[in-house]
Design a protein around this ligand. Structure first.
Ligand code: AMP
Length: 284
């Protein structure tokens, strides 16, 4: 594995390998790596001649500065995991490499309603920050294949829209969410949970199981209210949203059309840590 901190060096290395763009796989991350991240790298490694992973905690996508400051950094452990997963290149830029003019949003991406619903509603500006960093990283790495996790489902739709808008020759591959044995989605943020809160956090997954079980016979609005009650009872202090949405558009579903695909999405706080997760609901 080769590590680069400067985009010029990264660019020179990739060019010198004379690999077709379509054979470059890219896995952008913010570090504090876990098996979920590594599953994306392994998927890329199966198909690509060259897999590039980036670790960059992007300041412009945090609407809450405290959340940015508290983001876990575990670089030594990350490098060890990346070596084991077999990534070819780790790109580890300083903020100045990505934002030579300072960490600001200078370009506005046209994301329509997608940036104002769900995560966008509770984290204003978040998706503009995500688009800014991913656009810059895509220019630097120039991959043909981009590997993302379903865990950040709305982000996947936003990045599909970005790639369409920019007419970039990039295929998006979306991998399933990897979970802990009790169902909690693996997340860098889980590191911030106390042992007590970590135990209670599995209620998030149990809420999804409740929704899956009752989704055919109870209306989406009632079901989301009941699931909110379950989370509060289990010790979550605040629920930003629980919604059942059309999986293609992410528009809220108030009734179910059997010919469509639906997804349940949750964002909720436990122990001051905001967790997000989603599951695709079974068609029949
Ligand atoms: P992050 O470091 O949180 O920005 O995540 C980097 C990538 O890993 C994103 O595409 C995430 O959707 C993906 N990811 C995060 N958690 C998981 C998980 N539990 N399973 C699979 N992919 C994940």
């Amino acid at each position: 594995m080769v590590i680069f901190k400067k985009s010029a060096d990264l660019h020179q290395y990739i060019s010198s390998r004379r690999i077709k763009t379509t054979e470059i796989g890219f896995v952008p991350t913010m570090g504090a790596l876990h098996e979920g991240h590594l599953s994306l790298i392994r998927k890329s490694k199966l198909q690509q001649a060259l897999t590039v992973t980036s670790i960059f905690v992007n300041p412009t996508q945090f609407n809450d500065p405290k959340d940015f400051e508290k983001y876990p950094v575990t670089l030594d452990a990350d490098i060890y995991k990346l070596l084991q997963a077999g990534t070819d290149v780790l790109y580890l830029p300083f903020v100045k490499e990505i934002y030579p003019e300072g960490p600001r949003l200078n370009q506005k991406y046209e994301l329509g309603y997608l940036e104002n619903i769900l995560e966008g509603k509770y984290r204003p500006g978040h998706f503009q920050g995500v688009c800014t960093v991913v656009h810059r990283l895509l220019n630097m790495v120039a991959p043909g294949q981009l590997f993302l996790g379903q865990k950040d489902y709305q982000q996947c739709l936003v990045l599909k829209s970005l790639i369409n808008q920019l007419s970039l020759p990039v295929n998006i591959h979306i991998s399933p969410t990897l979970r802990e044995p009790d169902g909690l989605a693996m997340s860098s943020r889980n590191l911030r949970l106390s042992a007590f809160a970590r135990k209670k956090a599995s209620a998030l997954y149990q809420s999804f199981r409740f929704i899956e079980k009752n989704f055919k016979q109870t209306s989406p609005d009632v079901l989301c209210l009941q699931a909110t009650g379950l989370l509060i009872k289990a010790g979550f202090e605040k629920v930003d949203y629980i919604e059942i949405c059309d999986a293609d558009t992410l528009l809220t579903a108030h009734s179910i059309n059997p010919s469509k695909k639906y997804i349940a999405l949750i964002a909720a706080f436990i122990d001051g840590v905001r967790l997000i997760d989603n599951v695709i609901l079974p068609a029949d």
